[in-house]
Write a protein that binds this ligand. Structure first.
Ligand SMILES: Cc1cc2nc3c(=O)[nH]c(=O)nc-3n(C[C@H](O)[C@H](O)[C@H](O)COP(=O)(O)OP(=O)(O)OC[C@H]3O[C@@H](n4cnc5c(N)ncnc54)[C@H](O)[C@@H]3O)c2cc1C
Length: 421
């Protein structure tokens, strides 16, 4: 397959754009693969890519019940940041941000990663102290982070509600290397790059059961037939508990919740950062897409469900947050809103780990935050599957941490999945 380049754009322009090749193949399922990854979201596709690229493995398939990138991969608000503080999380998300910085070149696909700054608004001296601790920890461990005074914030983002806010703004915690990316492009980029390395991406191929022989998974039943596999990895986000039960493993410390996202009609350039507002029960994040739409979201829908649609009270809640922090949005029309299914863990952190079945591996529990994690998640999940042992960086991301009583509770919110946004 040819590389994308300025020359290729020029050459295809001369032939009326008719000579572009397919971005990835549409193969028939084989009866056996060395490795099968279930779920062609960002984590599954990235895993397949790094299995082939970093570990030189062949005979890999990604099976997807719908179309690739049709789950949370294509439904998120695309915020990328690494302002995590807990040991383990800190290193993991920083590695992920470093991978983001090179991703377009790595994949030969423009994922439109825009390091436009992530700005968390601060509303009290206590919040500023907590942010100072977090952002100093980030700086001490090789990342970037800074605190902005109110004056700096006003000059950088003039349109916020500085005069009449229910919670007055006193400054902001900022990570300048953070930003946003084009979610579809990330899925397409990983898919194309994995396909080039020989990975079969099998769409419209739903896994309906997992066949076991004692402590080994031998095959999966799919809507396109039986597929035998030496190793199987689950990367199915909000459907993790369903797959876990298909494997006969009972219950997981995960709940499935819905999260909505919203986009407005396109506007002229208004906001050149990702802004986060979270105080007094409010939770709101907003950025402007390259097409001009204001992209924003808020809290979970507050009840468990596998349905990929949201409820109206959250629409009102998010609209109230929007107008409270950016009153200038009051007359802007909403273009679309949609929902994805979140795999919410009890402590808000993820799982990349082995399972009680010897050749079955789990990648799950990304909550609201798996978009930013996807490059490192694929990188470490591939490493785990290839070497059959966790890398030091993800050794703490196992389900047994609940047996050990060692949570990775980044927000200090306690064992309630709904609160780990
Ligand atoms: C509204 C919203 C906003 C978000 N905002 C952000 C954000 O700003 N920043 C951030 O970092 N994260 C964000 N997230 C979270 C992020 O999108 C997810 O954590 C991440 O995409 C999950 O990983 P994934 O891409 O692999 O999941 P998915 O794309 O959901 O992939 C899982 C795939 O598994 C497939 N599957 C399920 N069951 C089966 C089966 N039985 N057989 C075969 N295939 C199956 C599904 O069809 C799906 O395609 C947001 C999520 C949502 C919904």
């Amino acid at each position: 397959m040819s590389r994308y380049s300025a020359w290729a754009v020029f050459k295809n322009g001369l032939s009326g754009q008719k000579s572009w090749e397919r971005a990835w193949r549409d193969p028939e399922p084989k009866t056996h693969y060395d490795i099968v990854i279930v779920g062609a979201g960002l984590h599954g596709l990235a895993t397949a890519y790094y299995l082939a690229k970093n570990h030189g493995l062949k005979n890999i398939a990604v099976v997807e019940k719908g179309w690739l990138g049709g789950g949370n991969a294509g439904r998120n608000t695309t915020i990328v940041r690494s302002n995590y503080m807990m040991p383990g999380n800190r290193q993991f998300y920083e590695h992920s941000l470093e991978l983001w910085e090179e991703l377009s070149h790595e994949l030969n696909y423009n994922v439109m990663f825009s390091q436009r700054s992530h700005v968390s608004l601060l509303h009290s001296p206590a919040a500023r102290d907590a942010a100072a601790r977090r952002y100093n920890t980030m700086r001490l461990t090789g990342s970037d982070g800074e605190l902005w005074s109110l004056e700096t914030l006003k000059s950088e983002i003039p349109h916020l509600n500085y005069d009449n806010a229910r919670f007055p703004i006193i400054g902001a915690a900022v990570q300048k290397r953070a930003g946003s990316a084009r979610h579809d492009a990330v899925a397409w980029g990983y898919a194309r790059a994995a396909d080039q390395l020989g990975v079969d991406i099998l769409q419209n191929c739903e896994v309906t059961s997992v066949t076991r022989d004692a402590d080994k998974a031998t095959s999966i039943e799919t809507s396109r037939g039986t597929i035998k596999a030496d190793k199987i990895g689950f990367a199915v986000a909000g459907n993790t508990s369903r797959l876990w039960q298909m494997a006969g493993l009972g219950r997981l410390p995960i709940e499935t919740h819905k999260l909505q996202a919203f986009v407005s009609e396109p506007l002229k350039p208004l906001l050149d950062q990702v802004v986060v507002f979270g105080v007094g029960g409010a939770h709101f994040y907003i950025s402007q897409s390259d097409k001009g739409g204001m992209v924003f979201g808020g809290d979970l829908d507050w009840y468990k469900s596998y349905a990929q649609r949201g409820n109206l009270p959250i629409v009102q809640d998010v609209a109230e947050c929007a107008t409270s922090i950016m009153p200038c949005l009051g007359r802007v029309r909403l273009l679309r809103h949609w929902s994805g299914v979140m795999d919410m863990s009890m402590d808000g952190s993820a799982f990349i780990c082995k399972t009680p079945i010897n050749n079955l591996y789990l990648n799950a529990g990304w909550n609201y935050g798996g978009f930013k994690a996807s490059p490192a998640s694929g990188w470490y999940f591939a490493d785990l599957i290839a070497n059959d042992r966790p890398h030091d960086t993800i050794a703490h991301m196992d389900i047994k941490r609940f047996e050990r009583g060692v949570m990775i509770d980044e927000r200090g919110a306690g064992p309630d999945p709904k609160l780990h946004g």
